[in-house]
Write a protein that binds this ligand. Structure first.
Ligand code: AMP
Ligand code: GLY
Length: 433
């Protein structure tokens, strides 16, 4: 029996740990730092704030003292700060995630743009700009009557992308944008279509896709209105991209990226996340992320039938060739329960109730994100609080119904906010609808 360590403490980490805990080979799942939910299902929380670089040595000590077999890093910050490199250089190689250099695929939009350009991977036509003046020229050149997009080069927690309806709007925003996020900015053609995510597990040479597409809901309000958030809900599979489309993307987009990075001496090991848009000219890449998506992981983990620990172990051994991931039939829907005021200011420390009742509903799992334990209570501790996640063998319509029924049982002091239309986009494909 093995112990594993999950770095992070959000809904993504809870869902990954929950899935890994189901492996017969796993005796315990440690989380650094975890949340109020991760103490269940073979879980144990370790109070190390692992997103801080100064705590990397404490993580290494933990791995050694607890004899941790496999470590999985959830969020991008410790990856971009070089946690994998740090652990590797200390002789510990059983860590799932890319090295600092390889995280440039997410943290440097110029790097990913150039890589895709070289490989002829479909993406928005774009111009790399190194100053506000260059950006203004590029806006004049690339704007159409449909608008234009401004994208900061570095990591901005999702805030550095402005989708503009017109050239005028872009010109009105560019000075402020470069002041806030730096002079390096990508000016990109505005694409239209349904967005979806694809997850691929890479062993450095080969990509094994999760053969299920997932759809996030980034805007705060129903019908995709309002400001962008970390994600207000997700469901899988997304009818916009069926299994064949997912395989096509893995073979023609993800595999060439991983092979090129290996040839360039920057092998990519870990989870490769393709943020895709289905345009009327086919699928195009909006962005790559170097980690599992959140909340997308929550419905994805609900749908996996296989032992995820076995697959991750094979990936770490560079041995994915014979591996295969099986999925359950049907669909999963995750509705995020957020603090009132998120993504701006919100209160913390509010009491949550109804969790036991919800978890007793068949085919429902509540993944915790911003929660903490205080005496006998569970309190809110972040913007996204819970991911109420359902499964139905009968498809998305029923999964959606179960998820919202479960949401109605949750109570939080002073109330909470959630979107009422998660997975509605899937219903328009539903023949029975
Ligand atoms: P990114 O961080 O690159 O995924 O961008 C965040 C969000 O901005 C995406 O989920 C899209 O909704 C939007 N976006 C980014 N690039 C484009 C584009 N070229 N055309 C239209 N929307 C875009
Ligand atoms: N849900 C979007 C992300 O994880 O980046």
């Amino acid at each position: 029996m093995q112990k594993i360590l999950i770095v992070g403490g959000g809904g993504r980490e809870h869902s990954l740990g929950w899935k890994l805990s189901q492996s017969k080979e796993i005796s315990e799942v440690l989380y650094a730092p975890g949340n109020a939910g991760t103490k269940e299902e073979k879980g144990r929380n370790i109070p190390i704030n692992s997103t801080k670089k100064e705590n990397f040595p404490a993580l290494l000590d933990l791995i050694k003292s607890e004899n941790i077999d496999l470590t999985l890093i959830g969020p991008e910050a410790p990856l971009a700060d070089g946690l994998v490199d740090y652990l590797n250089s200390s002789g510990y190689n059983r860590v799932f995630g890319p090295t600092k250099e390889a995280t440039r695929l997410e943290s440097d939009k110029f790097f990913s743009y150039d890589l895709m350009e070289k490989l002829n991977i479909p993406q928005a036509e774009s111009i790399k700009c190194y100053s506000t003046n260059e950006a203004i020229k590029a806006i004049h050149k690339l704007s159409t009557k449909e608008g234009i997009v401004l994208k900061a080069r570095g990591l901005t927690g999702g805030k550095g992308v402005i989708v503009c309806d017109s050239k005028e709007q872009a010109l009105a925003n560019i000075v402020n944008h470069t002041k806030k996020y730096g002079q390096d900015v990508l000016i990109a053609e505005r694409l239209f279509g349904e967005e979806f995510s694809v997850f691929g597990i890479s062993d450095g040479k080969k990509v094994l896709p999760l053969e299920i597409s997932i759809q996030d809901h980034k805007p705060l309000l129903d019908e995709d209105k309002g400001p962008n958030t970390g994600g207000m809900g997700a469901y899988a599979p997304a009818p916009v991209a069926n299994v064949d489309m997912v395989k096509y993307i893995a073979e023609n987009i993800m595999t060439p990226i991983v092979q090129k990075m290996a040839n360039d001496g920057v092998p990519y090991k870990g989870l490769l996340y393709g943020g895709m848009i289905m345009t009327n000219k086919g699928p195009k890449v909006l962005e790559f992320n170097v980690r599992f998506g959140d909340p997308e992981s929550q419905p994805a983990m609900m749908m996996i039938k296989s032992d995820l620990y076995e697959v991750l172990s094979l990936a770490l051994e560079g041995n994915l060739s014979g591996a295969n991931i099986e999925f359950k039939p049907g669909a999963s829907c995750c509705v995020v329960i957020a603090s009132k005021g998120y993504p701006k200011k919100y209160k913390k420390g509010l009491k949550i109730s109804g969790l036991k009742e919800v978890n007793s509903i068949k085919n429902v799992k509540v993944f915790h994100a911003g929660t903490k334990t205080y005496k006998d209570s569970i309190l809110t501790a972040g913007g996204r609080i819970l991911g109420v996640t359902s499964y139905s063998p009968n498809g998305i319509k029923e999964a959606q119904k179960i998820a919202y029924k479960a949401v109605s049982k949750i109570k939080i002091e002073g109330g909470f906010y959630y979107r009422k239309d998660i997975a509605n986009k899937a219903l328009k494909y539903d023949k029975d609808n």
